[in-house]
Design a protein around this ligand. Structure first.
Ligand code: ADA
Length: 577
């Protein structure tokens, strides 16, 4: 399932899950040799959705690969092909015709083929996972960048009138009342003008209906504005959700919303007017067996573990995570920080303004907001992580991205994570500042308090004295199972002690509104054979997880849980770390 609930009851559709024909195209020979030679009889088959790097013998391939499957139509129909996520570049062909191209990795894209004929159709996808200086992420990145069709592909049959999009926004006008705007984009694929009855439901009850007229092959926007009362807010302890369903002619679409406000005041983040203290972890949606094609069942387990340790928030490091995951967070009242994969610890400033890179960044941001707009759990849209925010290029990129976000969605806070708190020139551009700080791991620990005093001074200089600050990353590696009597680097003991000390420090600073431990689970690091970076990643993993890659708890998990749950830290660390 893509969501935890069904989005369509009338629209027919099917997931194209299963084994697809598959070939690598190492030398990028493309179409020149024709479709048949692309799939010689010896071609492989791989599962979709999946990452090819998880299959035997394909571990370290980065580059072009072709996928093929077949679609059978009983009768002529309007076809919609919906790709929920394909890593990197994707070109889609139906019966040899190029339907289009998408660049991205974690957001959906779709193509409509009106009047597709009855019979069997060949669907081919060319993907390219190559990372370069202007891809997002760019080629140096601290996670294993897989390749493949990582989320489901859906084939839907559209009726003559279909619902292309539904956008619901609101302004709270009181504790339990809101002005609600619902915008439906309807599309006609009919050769003649059509009329369609439209009905909107809230939790199964009609709140609007009208008959609309659509000229042949045109789209129409229907705007409904209403004042709603008797609403229950989405609160962390009681996350009330509302199902909104649109039916237009033979088509339907359901989504889910929650009513809440989020604002900042005097360095605090307020949810429904109440001050929040955030206790969280950074979570990659990654697993050694599935890569980024993360199964729903494991999402439930991840969330159980995260809730059990007393978290009320998760940072989706470093890319848009599955819609199913966001649904679970909505249902459990867990706050989410969403971001796009601009990961810049080593990204040279002079490439940050490459027009193609900027264009890709804006598109990714736009697509993420479009996809996730209705999730009440998302409070933060974060535009980049650890880029060189001392540079003019990063400043300009931040201006463009923050402007885009604010023009698309004003119901959330615009954020970023900086690794240059003492030299950052972008502090004044955001609603929330995240600091990534690896004291005690990459450098000494103790300067932090002094640094923070100076940092708060700098915030004043940049007009950010009231901007809330979150510790968005901190931690150290602890190899699962390596424990002993002393906190050696890379031992579970060292990691646990470092996190205990860091958390106590950050939690004692009233100007910090929350913490995200780096990280929830160990994740695969980039291939060292492919690129010479991250050679300190023992086992080729980023071992800073509180649990290992199979979700087994380390000492640090128990220590952070103790702190987040307000119990005393039972460990007498006794070292001078
Ligand atoms: C950075 C980065 C993370 C991870 C971390 C680390 O802050 O944002 O993705 O690489 O450092 O482990 O060093």
């Amino acid at each position: 399932m893509i969501r935890t609930f069904q989005q369509h009851r009338l629209r027919q559709g099917q997931l194209l899950d299963g084994l697809w024909d598959f070939v690598f195209d190492k030398d990028n020979r493309g179409l020149a040799e024709g479709w048949q030679t692309k799939f010689p009889s010896s071609h492989d088959r791989v599962p979709v959705p999946a990452c090819w790097n998880n299959e035997l013998g394909k571990f370290d391939y980065e580059g072009v690969a072709w996928y093929r499957t077949w679609i059978t139509l009983e009768e002529s129909s309007h076809l919609r092909l919906l790709f929920h996520a394909v890593l990197g570049h994707a070109d889609v062909y139906l019966d040899g015709n190029h339907l289009g191209y998408h660049y991205g990795g974690y957001t959906p894209f779709d193509f409509t083929v009106p009047n597709a004929t009855a019979g069997v159709h060949e669907l081919i996808v060319r993907t390219d996972s190559t990372l370069t200086l202007n891809t997002i992420p760019y080629h140096i990145v601290d996670w294993f960048h897989y390749g493949g069709i990582i989320r489901p592909v859906e084939v839907q049959l559209l009726s003559d009138v279909s619902i292309e999009a539904m956008r619901i926004t609101y302004d709270m006008t009181g504790d339990s009342s809101a002005d609600v705007r619902t915008t439906l984009t309807l599309r006609s694929l009919s050769d003649t003008p059509v009329e369609a009855p439209v009905t909107l439901y809230r939790n199964g009850e009609i709140f609007y209906s009208e008959t609309v007229y659509l000229p042949a092959k045109e789209s129409l926007e229907l705007n409904v504005e209403q004042a709603w009362s008797g609403l229950k807010r989405w609160e962390q302890e009681d996350p009330e959700l509302y199902m909104i369903r649109a039916v237009a002619g033979q088509d339907d679409l359901t989504d889910r919303i929650g009513f809440r406000t989020v604002e900042t005041r005097n360095k605090k983040i307020l949810l429904n007017g109440k001050e929040l203290y955030l206790q969280g972890v950074n979570r990659h949606e990654e697993h050694p067996e599935w890569g980024f094609a993360f199964p729903n069942k494991l999402m439930t387990k991840d969330l159980d573990i995260i809730l059990q340790m007393g978290c009320n928030t998760v940072r989706g490091s470093h890319y848009p995570q599955s819609e199913y995951w966001l649904d679970l967070l909505d249902e459990q009242g867990v706050i989410f920080w969403g971001e796009i994969p601009i990961w810049g610890a080593a990204f040279p400033a002079e490439h940050t303004d490459d027009p193609l890179f900027v264009q890709r960044a804006l598109t990714m941001m736009d697509e993420m907001i479009k996809r996730d707009l209705h999730h009440p759990s998302i409070l933060f849209w974060s535009v980049h992580n650890e880029i060189d925010t001392r540079s003019k290029q990063a400043y300009d990129l931040s201006v463009q991205l923050t402007e885009l976000v604010r023009s698309k969605d004003q119901s959330r806070l615009v954020a970023y994570a900086t690794m240059h708190p003492m030299t950052d020139i972008c502090l004044g551009l955001f609603d929330v500042i995240g600091i990534n700080y690896y004291g005690g791991w990459y450098f000494g620990h103790v300067e932090f308090e002094e640094m923070l005093v100076k940092f708060h001074e700098r915030c004043k200089e940049y007009g950010a004295e009231h901007t809330p600050v979150l510790m968005t990353e901190f931690g150290g590696a602890g190899v699962y199972g390596d424990s002993g009597w002393e906190p050696r680097l890379f031992s579970e003991d060292y990691q646990a002690e470092l996190l205990s000390k860091s958390l106590k420090l950050f939690r004692s600073d009233a100007k910090i509104s929350g913490t995200y431990v780096w990280q929830f689970a160990d994740t695969r690091a980039d291939l060292q054979s492919r690129r010479p970076h991250f050679r300190d990643r023992a086992r080729s993993f980023n071992n800073k997880g509180l649990v290992n890659e199979y979700r087994k708890p380390k000492l640090a998990y128990r220590v952070v849980k103790g702190i987040y749950k307000g119990q005393n830290d039972p460990y007498d660390w006794g070292s001078t770390l």
